[in-house]
Ligand binder design. Structure first.
Ligand code: G4P
Length: 529
């Protein structure tokens, strides 16, 4: 057992995921308030980009600044060290969110009780399922006239293909919202919307819901309805097994209203109790458990240009195992070189501070002058590489058009570095030497153009390229692979690691290619084994 076992066990590293507007920012803020990490509401800024026009560049810039300070929010609560990893609100930045999800051990998913399951929730949950990430559901905005709670649970089970288990249960909804009943702790938490920023204190213990005490607190009608609901819940939902939650098979559900600070205490108390402590990660050589004695970690996010006057970048590293120490040499396994960090930062709530040591589950910020790429691994000398930070095929593709031939080098460098940060993916064609940029949404092209101009003094335009998907090609049969590459020369490009990619114009053409070349495997994700 490592001497810092207690540090590992008391850490909870998670992300809050939600469709925009469901209440992620509000919930984050309330959790920080509960943890005493911030004192006033309104301190956490939403990282939403509501409009996506060119005139919003300033907004985007501001956004990047803000989201750095809120990228990781750590606080202490009841002896636990909680690390919340923030995810971008805009769906064009979904790829960024997927990568952040590789660095957490569990998630809290927020659902708006009026809207139910929305498109972004669906996609994010798919990523969680791929990795068996444990999920807790928070159904928000109970102070609004939302949907019937049973319907909501049904929808979550059907649409997201997960099993749910209600931990609390709402009494009334919207104007008649009375509070929630904790099914496990057998406590009634009464809603008082004038009590916005203090802890919920209106808690009544009701051991027997058939007692008159329930009627005294809720009135006869609501008390009766709750009794009926509880009977249904007991007959429909299995018992809650923590093991099943930890495997990602069952999701406990809480009801509340983030803006009213209601239902958060129940959520947070259960979260720290059941959510997993830092788990290990798979490397290309072996599984690295969190109590592995040597230090290991991987970069899942890179942010550039925090301060426009300096050109520094900050790489966010999730510690998988061991103890990280300031000024110690660590091995960068891709470059095969040793690096030392004199100013590693930790993020407590909204403040950054230099730290001397950090433990598994923590995320630290490393100042970087261009050494890091997303997915890079640091160790104490072992030559291994963490897996599981895949890039998916982009959705939108464009040719890069250099608008200032005098600045070709700057453009090249800018494209290389910005794509290292994961702003977009870069492909090169060998037939005509053209560069292709692929993204999840339109917004990234604007961000790229803007940043190339401001940070690299390079001007470029983009020509549209109607491609359906970029598919990575892998085959044991080199001859066949080469034959395919020759056959489709015009539609073959290479990624940054010089791996061949087929740019399929349509699903049908992709299928045709697959049928004609059964010896080749076609991957829409760049991690194959
Ligand atoms: P997001 O980060 O998931 O995109 O959502 P965010 O927290 O920004 O919340 C979106 C809107 O929903 C905000 O209103 C917020 O105040 C509201 N909201 C959050 N929780 C609740 C709740 O429990 N009940 C109700 N009724 N509303 C809630 P907004 O008008 O967009 O912004 P604001 O001006 O109120 O901040």
């Amino acid at each position: 057992m490592v001497p810092w076992m207690n540090e590992i066990q008391r850490r909870r590293t998670f992300a809050i995921i939600a469709h925009p507007d469901a209440g992620k920012t509000t919930l984050t803020e309330k959790l920080l308030l509960f943890g005493g990490a911030i004192q006033i509401a309104g301190a956490v800024k939403s990282n939403k980009i509501n409009r996506s026009t060119t005139s919003d560049f300033l907004e985007i810039e501001k956004q990047r600044g803000i989201s750095v300070s809120t990228s990781v929010m750590a606080f202490e609560y009841k002896g636990y060290k909680i690390n919340i990893l923030d995810t971008p609100g805009h769906e064009d930045f979904a790829e960024d969110t997927y990568r952040t999800l590789t660095a957490v051990d569990s998630v809290i998913m927020v659902i708006d009780c009026v809207k139910g399951v929305e498109s972004q929730t669906r996609k994010l949950l798919e990523v969680c399922r791929m990795r068996n990430t444990p999920v807790i559901v928070f159904i928000n905005k109970l102070d609004r006239e939302g949907r019937d709670p049973f319907d909501l649970l049904d929808e979550i089970e059907k649409e997201l293909k997960i099993k749910v288990f209600p931990m609390t249960w709402p009494i009334g909804i919207g104007k008649s919202f009375k509070g929630v009943y904790h099914l496990h702790d057998k406590q009634l938490n009464l809603f008082n919307n004038e009590n916005k920023f203090v802890r919920a204190e209106n808690i009544v213990s009701i051991k027997d819901i058939h007692s008159n005490e329930l009627d005294n607190n809720l009135g006869e009608n609501f008390a009766q309805k709750l009794r009926e609901d509880v009977e249904i819940i007991q007959s429909v939902y299995d018992v809650f097994e923590k093991e099943e939650y930890l495997k990602g098979n069952i999701s406990p559900v809480f009801f509340g209203s983030a803006v009213n600070n209601f239902g958060i205490q129940e959520l947070l108390d259960t979260f720290v109790e059941i959510a997993p402590a830092p788990t290990g990660r798979q490397s290309d050589k072996k599984w690295i458990p969190s109590d592995y004695p040597q230090f290991t970690g991987f970069v899942f996010k890179i942010h550039a240009n925090l301060d426009p006057r300096h050109r520094d970048r900050i790489a966010f590293l999730r510690i998988v195992s061991g103890k990280f120490e300031r000024n110690k040499n660590y091995f960068h396994t891709r470059h095969k070189k040793w690096l030392k960090f004199s100013n590693p930062t930790a993020f407590m709530a909204q403040q950054k501070s230099v730290i001397d040591e950090a433990y598994p589950g923590d995320v630290i910020g490393l100042y970087d002058s261009g050494n890091f790429k997303i997915g890079d691994t640091l160790t104490e000398g072992e030559d291994l590489q963490f897996k599981g930070i895949p890039a998916f095929s982009p959705e939108v593709f464009k040719y890069v058009v250099n608008k200032d031939p005098m600045k070709t080098k700057q453009l090249q460098k800018g494209l290389e570095q910005l794509t290292d940060e994961g702003v977009a993916q870069l492909f090169s064609k060998k037939t005509d030497n053209r560069k292709i940029v692929g993204t999840v949404g339109q917004l990234q092209f604007e961000v790229l153009q803007h940043r190339l101009a401001h940070e690299y003094s390079a001007k470029c335009d983009f020509d549209s390229l109607p491609i359906y998907k970029a598919v990575w090609l892998v085959s044991d049969n080199d001859k066949k692979l080469q034959e395919f590459i020759n056959d489709k020369a015009q539609y073959i490009a290479y990624d940054k690691l010089n791996r061949p990619v087929f740019l399929a114009e349509s699903a049908w053409l992709l299928q045709m290619a697959q049928e004609k070349y059964p010896e080749i495997k076609f991957f829409t994700m760049n991690e194959f084994d």
